[in-house]
Design a protein around this ligand. Structure first.
Ligand code: HEM
Length: 498
C-alpha cells in the first residue's frame, strides 16, 4: 500500500512537473509566435469574452442589429470592459474599438501595420487588386489620382449639371404620373438617380441598353457580398462571380476602345479627364516612381469594384434624410426655408446653379451630417494587424482583426448630447464639427472615402430640388440596421407638386 502510495505520489509529481513544463513551452511558443516576449508587463490585449465555442457572441451581435439601437451590443461590453474590448463574432476573434482616438490611429495606419480585413465572400468578389483590398504604394497611387479627380472643382462643375439633370428628370417623372395617390418607393427611386451618375463618372456610359445591362449584372454581383464563399455552380457566390465576369468583358471593351482613341490622339490629350477610366489610363506612374502605366485588366476590374462603395451609400443617405425630415417637421421647415431662399436668388438673377451654391447651404449640410451620424452606412471599418501594435495603452496582437466601430462613436453621449435625437442644429454649435475624429462616416486616414465631397454634393442637389418643387407624406416605415442600414418598406411616400 505504502509502495502503491509512493508510486502514486511520484506519478502525480511527475505529471504535475510534466504539465508545468508543457504549459511553459506552449506559453513561450505562443508568445514568440505573437511576438509578445518583449512587451512590458503593463500592456496587454483588451479585456472581453469569447462567448460560446465556435459562434462566440455572434447571436447577441446580430440580435442587436435587428433592434432600433444596434449599439446596445457595444454599449454593454463597453460598460464591462472599457472602450476597447475583445469578442468573437462572425467566425473570428476580434478587437472592437469604440474609442475615437483609437479608431483614428487604426485608420491613420502609420507604418502600414493595418490592412483591410473583409469577410471571405467580399474578398472573393473583390479580387486582390481591388482598391478596397490593395495596400502600400499602389493603393496610395490609385487613391490619390481618383480622389484628386473627384475633388477637382472642374469635375464638380460638370457633374453638378449631370446630377441636376437626373434629379429634375426623376422628379418630373414622379409628378407626371397619372395616379399621384400611389406611393413611390424612395429607396428604389434614389438608387436609379445615383447609379446612373456613378456609371457616368466612372466610365461615361449614358442611359440606354448598356446602362441597363450594367445595372442588371451589378445587382447580381452585390448579392454575393454577404453569402457562403462557395464557388460552385448553383451557389450564390458562383452566380455573382459569373455576373462580374460578364460586366468585366463589357468594361474591358470600353477601356480598350478608349486606349486606342487615346493613342491616336496622344498629342491632343489635355484638360480634364472625362471619367475615372481616363484618369487611370492617363496616369504614368510618376507619383509613386514606378513610371509604369496601369494594366488594362487592372483598370477594368477596379472600375467595377469602385461601384461597390458608391452604389448603395448615397441613395440610402438620401432616403434616410427624407425619413428623418418626415418625422421632424421643424427641421423640414428650416430646410425648405433655406432652399427656397437659394431658389429665389437663382430665379431672380437668372444664374445657373454652381456646385458651391449647394454645398454652402449650412442647414442642409447639417441635415446631411446628422443623417450620416445617426445611420452610418458603413457602421464599422475592419482591419487586421500585421504585427503587434500598441494603441493608446492597448495591445493589438499580430494577426488580430480590429473593428473600428464608427456607429458607437457617433451614438455615444460623451461625444454627442442626446445622441438618439435627430438634431441638425447641433452642427451649428461650437465644439461639434465634421472635421473632428468623433465624426467619421467616410472613414479616415489613408483610405478616407474619395467620394466624400461628391456624395455630399449629390445629396444636397437632390434635397434642394425635392423640397423646392414637391411636398410629400411618408408612410409608416422603420429603419433596420442589419446586415446594412435600410428602411424596412423602402420608404413609401406620396408626392405632390408644390
Ligand atoms: C454617403 C456616401 C458614402 C459613404 C458614407 C462612404 C463611406 C466610405 C468609407 C467609410 C470608406 C473607408 C473604407 C475603409 O477604410 O476601409 C470609403 C472608402 C471608399 N469609398 Fe466611399 N462612401 C460613400 C460614397 C462613395 C462614392 C459615391 C464613391 C465613388 C465614387 C465611393 C468610393 C470609395 C472608394 C473607392 C473607397 C476606397 C478607398 C481606399 O480604400 O483607398 N464612396 N467610403
Amino acid at each position: 500500500m505504502k509502495w502503491a502510495l509512493g508510486t502514486w505520489e511520484l506519478t502525480c509529481t511527475g505529471v504535475f512537473f510534466g504539465w508545468l513544463l508543457l504549459y511553459k513551452y506552449l506559453v513561450v511558443r505562443r508568445r514568440r509566435r505573437g511576438g509578445l516576449e518583449d512587451k512590458p508587463e503593463s500592456i496587454g490585449p483588451p479585456r472581453g469574452t469569447s462567448g460560446w465555442p465556435l459562434i462566440g457572441e455572434t447571436i447577441e451581435f446580430i440580435a442587436a442589429g435587428y433592434t432600433s439601437r444596434p449599439v446596445t451590443f457595444m454599449e454593454k461590453r463597453k460598460s464591462l470592459y472599457g472602450k476597447v474590448f475583445k469578442t468573437h463574432i462572425l467566425g473570428r476573434p476580434i478587437i472592437v474599438s469604440t474609442d475615437p482616438d483609437v479608431n483614428k490611429v487604426v485608420l491613420q495606419n502609420q507604418g502600414n501595420v493595418f490592412i483591410p480585413c473583409y469577410p471571405k465572400s467580399v474578398i472573393e468578389l473583390l479580387g486582390e487588386s481591388s482598391i478596397l483590398q490593395m495596400n502600400g504604394g499602389l493603393q496610395k497611387r490609385i487613391h490619390a489620382i481618383v480622389g484628386g479627380f473627384l475633388r477637382s472643382p472642374q469635375f464638380k462643375d460638370r457633374i453638378t449639371k449631370d446630377i441636376q439633370k437626373s434629379v429634375k428628370l426623376t422628379l418630373s417623372s414622379w409628378l407626371d404620373r397619372e395616379n399621384l395617390r400611389q406611393p413611390l418607393y424612395l429607396q428604389d427611386e434614389t438608387k436609379k438617380i445615383t447609379f446612373e451618375i456613378l456609371v457616368r463618372l466612372l466610365m461615361s456610359v449614358e442611359p440606354g441598353e448598356d446602362m441597363e445591362f450594367l445595372k442588371k449584372e451589378f445587382m447580381e454581383v452585390i448579392k454575393g457580398l454577404i453569402c457562403l464563399p462557395v464557388k460552385l455552380p448553383g451557389f450564390r457566390m458562383y452566380k455573382s462571380l459569373q455576373a462580374k465576369e460578364r460586366m468585366q468583358k463589357m468594361v474591358r471593351k470600353i477601356v480598350d476602345d478608349r486606349k486606342t482613341a487615346m493613342e491616336k490622339n496622344e498629342a491632343k490629350i489635355s484638360g480634364l479627364p472625362n471619367d475615372v477610366i481616363d484618369v487611370l489610363l492617363r496616369d504614368t506612374g510618376e507619383s509613386d516612381g514606378t513610371q509604369q502605366r496601369l494594366p488594362l485588366d487592372f483598370i477594368s476590374g477596379n472600375i467595377i469594384e469602385m461601384m461597390i462603395p458608391g452604389e448603395d451609400s448615397v441613395p440610402m443617405i438620401m432616403t434616410l434624410a427624407v425619413k428623418y425630415l418626415s418625422d421632424n417637421p421643424k427641421a423640414l421647415a428650416c430646410l425648405v426655408d433655406e432652399n427656397d431662399k437659394l431658389k429665389k436668388r437663382k430665379d431672380e438673377s437668372c444664374e445657373e446653379y454652381a456646385w458651391t451654391d449647394y454645398v454652402s447651404l449650412q442647414f442642409t449640410q447639417g441635415v446631411i451630417s446628422e443623417t450620416l451620424r445617426m445611420a452610418n452606412i458603413i457602421n464599422a471599418i475592419w482591419r487586421k494587424a500585421l504585427e503587434d501594435v500598441e494603441v493608446n495603452g492597448y495591445l493589438i496582437p499580430k494577426g488580430w482583426c480590429v473593428l473600428a466601430s464608427l456607429t458607437s462613436v457617433h451614438m455615444d453621449e460623451e461625444n454627442y448630447q442626446n445622441p438618439d435625437e435627430f438634431d441638425p442644429w447641433r452642427w451649428e454649435k461650437s465644439g461639434v464639427s465634421v472635421k473632428s475624429n468623433k465624426f467619421a462616416p467616410f472613414g479616415g486616414g489613408q483610405r478616407l472615402c474619395p467620394g466624400l465631397e461628391l456624395s455630399r454634393l449629390e445629396i444636397s442637389i437632390f434635397l434642394h430640388h425635392l423640397v423646392t418643387t414637391c411636398t410629400w407624406v411618408a408612410e409608416e416605415d422603420q429603419i433596420v440596421y442589419f446586415p446594412t442600414v435600410k428602411t424596412r418598406r423602402k420608404l413609401p411616400i406620396i408626392v405632390t407638386p408644390r
